[in-house]
Design a protein around this ligand. Structure first.
Ligand code: SAH
Ligand code: SF4
Ligand code: F3S
Length: 469
């Protein structure tokens, strides 16, 4: 039994990182024809991790079901970023308890970021004995072995010391058109409110040669788009002595001739001029940048440990807009950080008015046990925080709508990814600027990049029709 230790995750020096190959030879016929239920919470990194989990489960002959009650293997890939993410998982665990009573032949496995939290693991040990397996973000590759070895006795295998980077990872990708590609794991920034550096460990970059190899094989398979993934992609390579910068990596990925490249997430701190130049230069690097600001108050930014000021952010924002005029810029904002005053909050509204973001994800601050901000005094009531969130959302949505209205009666290039969920007679996809577009176009456009004439603009999507050549 290995349990997580958050203090250890923060205080220790970085381990030497070993670059190893995944052992994909583990086989069993114990599960052939049985069903699995996989639920994924959280960010793109978890979505991509679930593609790895799915590959393992299906290599055992398990078949996916959307119905929890039908499953023989249940895997919850969890997120720890805010408290409400936890609540949803505990709700599911409640349902698993009933299921285990009715049906003996069920294995419940808990993975993802919650498994890396000491307090969660303690709770699972004490109150959820029917959770069979707890595995963490550093040892997803252990899941096949843990399933085979399962005896019905709770087994916790979670590592706080991350160490290794695994290559040769199997993925069962959700899409045949767009693909996620990890370029790094973990985060070294330790923003005071954030649990990610504890749940994902310190930053470990993959080697560029491996990343390029993966992108090239995706190109051969016919993929149209890759999204390079990392908590702070701009810091790519900084943890390796001889590795290239993120700007150089972007350039190399561009040269593979994959039609579209995206990347998330950019931290303002490591954003270089070289990066802006590379994005501006190559037409297959999409003009879309997610650049979380978190707050418009320098006092709060300092307490958050974000390492930039409002002025620095504005400078960077203007530089991007001047060199890449068609770039869309979206952001993340937290309201109600400990002791945020009305004045601080107004500064956040001011920066939103200044930048007129094309979109923003907004959150009420949620204290995470073990992070520095969780012990900071906070005298603002939840009611006040909710009120601020509403006021912020109103402003943000207004700018999202304005941003979308710019495309009215314009032609945009859309990579069509599937049938529209809202209207099955239409197809759906994203423009280069990351605008969601519902399109009147035939089904055979799926997987292609087409010109779309925009006929209507809403706050969160555009409507259009295929432009005849
Ligand atoms: N690496 C990215 C963010 C990853 S987490 C970055 O640094 O920009 C995604 C978003 O969740 C963050 O940008 C932040 O806005 C929000 N978030 C993180 N911790 C939070 C917390 N404790 N409470 C509320 N929101 C939080
Ligand atoms: Fe969290 Fe900050 Fe790292 Fe983003 S940069 S993952 S907010 S610690
Ligand atoms: Fe959540 Fe972990 Fe991502 S905490 S946001 S799933 S890195």
């Amino acid at each position: 039994m290995h349990k997580p230790n958050m203090r250890e995750a923060r205080n220790r020096h970085k381990q030497e990182v070993l670059y190893l190959d995944c052992d994909n030879s583990i086989k069993t016929d114990k599960f052939v024809g049985k069903k699995y239920f996989l639920k994924t919470y959280g960010c793109q990194m978890n979505v991509h991790d679930s593609e790895q989990i799915r590959a393992y489960l299906e290599s055992f002959g398990l078949i996916e079901t959307e119905v929890l009650e039908e499953a023989n293997v249940i895997v919850l890939n969890t997120c720890a970023i805010r408290e409400n993410a936890h609540d949803k998982v505990f709700g599911y665990l409640g349902r698993c308890k009933h299921l285990k009573k009715a049906k003996k032949d069920v294995i419940v496995a808990l993975g993802g970021c919650m498994s890396q939290e000491e307090n969660v693991v303690k709770l699972v040990e004490e109150k959820y004995p029917y959770v069979d397996i707890v595995f963490g973000t550093h040892n997803i590759h252990d899941l096949p072995r843990l399933l085979i070895e399962n005896t019905g006795k709770q087994n916790i295998e979670v590592y706080s010391v991350e160490g290794n980077v695994y290559e040769n990872t199997p993925y069962k990708r959700d899409s045949k058109i767009t693909a996620w590609v990890n370029i790094m794991y973990g985060c070294d920034k330790f923003c005071t409110y954030c649990i990610v550096p504890y749940t994902r460990g310190k930053q470990r970059s993959r080697r560029s040669s491996e990343i390029i190899k993966e992108v090239k094989s995706l190109v051969e398979e016919g993929y149209q788009e890759v999204t390079l993934l990392g908590q702070n992609v701009n810091a790519y390579g900084k943890d390796l002595p001889d590795e290239m910068s993120f700007a150089k990596l972007l350039e190399q990925v561009s040269l593979t001739n994959i039609p579209r490249i995206r990347f998330v997430t950019s931290h303002p701190w490591d954003f270089t001029d070289e990066m802006i130049d590379v994005i501006a230069k190559y037409s297959n690097i999409m003009p879309y940048i997610h650049l979380p600001i978190q707050s418009g108050s320098n006092r709060i930014l300092k307490l958050m440990g974000r390492r930039y000021t409002k002025e620095k952010y504005q400078e960077l924002f203007n530089k991007i807009k001047s060199k890449i005029p068609n770039a869309t810029i979206t952001t993340d904002i937290i309201v109600g950080f400990p002791d945020e005053t009305e004045e601080d909050f107004n500064e956040t509204l001011d920066i939103v008015n200044y930048c007129k973001f094309d979109g923003a994800y907004t959150f009420i601050y949620s204290p995470r046990e073990g992070t520095p901000a969780a012990t900071m005094p906070d005298n603002t009531s939840l009611e006040e925080k909710e009120n601020r969130l509403q006021r912020l959302n109103k402003l943000v949505n207004n700018y999202s709508l304005k941003s979308n209205q710019k495309y009215y009666h314009q032609t945009v290039k859309v990579l069509v990814t599937g049938v529209s969920e809202k209207d099955s007679s239409k197809v759906v996809g994203y423009s280069e600027e990351m605008k969601l577009v519902n399109i009147e176009a035939p089904l055979n456009t799926i997987g292609k990049i087409i010109d779309v004439y925009i006929t209507d603009c809403k706050s969160f999507s555009l409507d259009g029709k295929i432009k005849e050549q």
